[in-house]
Design a binder for this molecule. Structure first.
Ligand code: ATP
Ligand code: MG
Length: 574
């Protein structure tokens, strides 16, 4: 039993100065975590119990799909990550260190390399596969912006698993098993979540989905269709684009004097005055950014988007990963870039890409690459040909769904899980083959699947709190019941008796047995800590009554002491 009189816990009445979001504020105030350094937190007894609860749910569901638990070190040698190129690709995100002999090590950000090597070391035949392995382990990433307490830490707990299959059908099966397991996990954790299509990013590979917990404080934005079941991270969303057409049927390109029109609005006004009926969406905006690759190389990139939209830097960055997107400043080194008058038809020597909304045969008004001049009837596939297509335009609520055309909605969410079909990227890097039935080697195909264990606790808190404190769901709450004895008479001994009986019946209990604590403080603490059910032994004891409180609804009801234990058991076990 946890006793408040001795529990290593100090609740705080004041919000921590550095807390920007509710989960951070409340997890610190209620004594679950304490900050050690930016993005690095210690867990106090109540927090440790929550980590254990979330991990237990995850382990049960991973075991249920036949995955087996292993445990890798966090301190890893450089070589495997050099073989996969991630020693470089991870850039500043990786914590690198040296041992006393000067050898390079890293603190593992995720473990594809090590799992691949382990399977390669142990297994050699097609009969050994499929296999799914997982661990619950501490990960390290030197995040650029550690944020919101444990929501984005530099040290955090992740469940990562990896599947190994002989062929694509096998990989699809392993992926589907994980998807089902994740659904079961987030249901049991009592979370609201969405499954959205995702960009595969630095991991490589193809099919990938994220589990997002909708919350206003989330760093991810996602779209969902108001009519069909399409949902995607805005980084990965496919909008409905115009159909490609034959560029040769369009009227000829024409260059016009448009002095003093460096913005889309001034350009549209000017062109309308010249008899061209168009709006901002008919102009092509060309934005220059600087790409910085993990090896330090930089390169300007010009991105074309319809002029009624901004470039969404986060979306662009996700689609050029592992490169970083930085502001471009060195216009003086590139005379072909005329600020305010850039067009795709004169950018020799520069990489030019378009958003998927800009398609073959579409005609645009855009810069003429000369100060004070624009061009109209600039047609893709005739007057310019981009070197690639990169999703980069901002996505807006009401945009038509790429699948059914109905309006899309936009929401914010916290990424709590991610499932990838990696394919053979790591098997290729490490030569992971098994002998097939015909004794010929078969290259193994892999999946990689993560859940943010510590982040999930913050995400649950973001979805479930009120002005008084945290409101946990039953599976994750540090204990099942909070028992409070109030008063100087028999209340405290009776509370103790009830607590012991509940414990004997298999429940976990937090007993507020503090002596010099007022009822007001005891209630405030109970509400802050957020145990779903509490029992209050107070004034009603003389009439043989206790009070049963539900943290979520805020309801309190009187229960006969004689029925109390059974009622609590029924409540907790649902
Ligand atoms: P993000 O986009 O939020 O940086 P990610 O896509 O880099 O996350 P993955 O590599 O997919 O993360 O890691 C698997 C899971 O680990 C994520 O879904 C998330 O729940 C969790 N996670 C990732 N980074 C952090 C972090 N810095 N702090 C806490 N949890 C994290
Ligand atoms: Mg991810």
């Amino acid at each position: 039993m946890l006793r408040m009189s001795t529990l290593f816990l100090r609740t705080l009445r004041e919000d921590p100065a550095d807390a920007e979001v509710p989960s951070h504020r409340l997890l610190v105030r209620a004594g679950y975590v304490r900050r050690v350094a930016p993005g690095i937190y210690s867990w106090l007894p109540l927090g440790v119990r929550m980590l254990a609860n979330v991990s237990r749910v995850i382990r049960e569901e991973m075991d249920r799909i036949g995955a087996q638990e292993v445990l890798f070190p966090a301190l890893l040698p450089k070589e495997p990550y050099e073989a996969s190129d991630r020693w470089t690709e991870y850039g500043d995100l990786l914590f690198r260190l040296k041992d006393r002999r000067g050898n390079d090590y890293l603190l593992g950000p995720t473990h594809e390399e090590l799992f691949t090597l382990m399977v390669k070391g142990e297994y050699g035949s097609y009969k050994d596969l499929p296999v799914m392995l997982y661990q619950v382990q501490t990960k390290y990433r030197d995040e650029a912006r550690p944020r919101a307490g444990i929501l984005r830490g530099r040290e955090f707990v992740m469940k990562d698993s990896y599947s190994f299959d002989l062929d694509d059908e096998g990989l699809q099966r392993s992926y589907d098993l994980h998807r089902d397991a994740y659904i079961a996990i987030f249901e049991r954790l009592g979370m609201d979540y969405r499954i959205v299509s995702a960009v595969s990013g630095a991991m490589g590979g193809s099919a990938s989905e994220e589990f997002l917990a909708p919350a206003p404080t989330g760093e991810d934005t996602f779209v969902s269709c108001t009519s069909c079941d399409y949902a995607a991270n805005t980084e990965a969303v496919e909008l409905r684009a115009p159909a490609p057409s034959d560029p040769s049927t369009q009227p000829a390109m024409q260059v016009l004097d448009t002095p003093g029109t460096p913005t889309i609005d001034t350009l549209v006004q000017d062109l309308r005055g010249k008899g061209f009926e168009l709006d901002a969406g008919g102009t092509l905006k060309n934005v220059v950014v600087l790409l910085r690759y993990p090896d330090g190389k930089v390169e300007p990139l010009v991105v074309g988007v319809p002029g009624d939209r901004e470039v969404d830097v986060k979306r662009l960055e996700a689609n050029v990963s592992p490169a970083e997107v930085l502001p471009f400043e060195k216009f003086d080194q590139h005379p072909q870039l005329v600020k305010g008058y850039i067009g795709p038809q004169g950018l020799e020597g520069l990489r030019y890409v378009v958003d998927p909304l800009v398609v073959q045969g579409t005609s645009w008004a855009t810069g003429a690459n000369v100060e004070g001049k624009h061009a109209v009837n600039v047609v893709m596939g005739r007057d310019f040909t981009p070197s690639g297509v990169v999703p980069a335009a901002e996505v807006r609520a009401g945009d038509p769904c790429g699948r059914c055309g109905s309006p899309l909605e936009i929401g914010r969410g916290i990424e709590i899980g991610h499932i990838f079909q990696l394919g053979r990227k790591y098997a290729d890097a490490f030569g992971l083959d098994v002998l097939g039935p015909d004794s010929k080697p078969v290259r193994v195909t892999m999946g990689s699947y993560g859940v943010g264990v510590s982040r999930a606790i913050a995400a649950i808190a973001e979805q479930s709190y009120d002005e008084k404190g945290l409101v946990w769901s039953r599976e994750v709450a540090p204990v099942d019941v909070h028992v409070v004895g109030l008063g100087k008479g028999e209340q405290k001994p009776e509370a103790e008796r009830i607590a012991l009986e509940l414990e004997a019946r298999g429940l976990t209990v937090l007993l507020d047995d503090r002596v010099k604590v007022s009822p007001g403080v005891a209630f405030k603490d109970a509400e802050l800590i957020g145990i779903p059910t509490s029992v209050v032994i107070g004034k009603g004891l003389d009439e043989g009554k206790a009070e049963l409180r539900d943290r979520k609804s805020g309801e309190a009801r009187e229960v006969d002491l004689a029925d109390l234990v059974e009622t609590v058991l029924a409540e907790v076990r649902g």
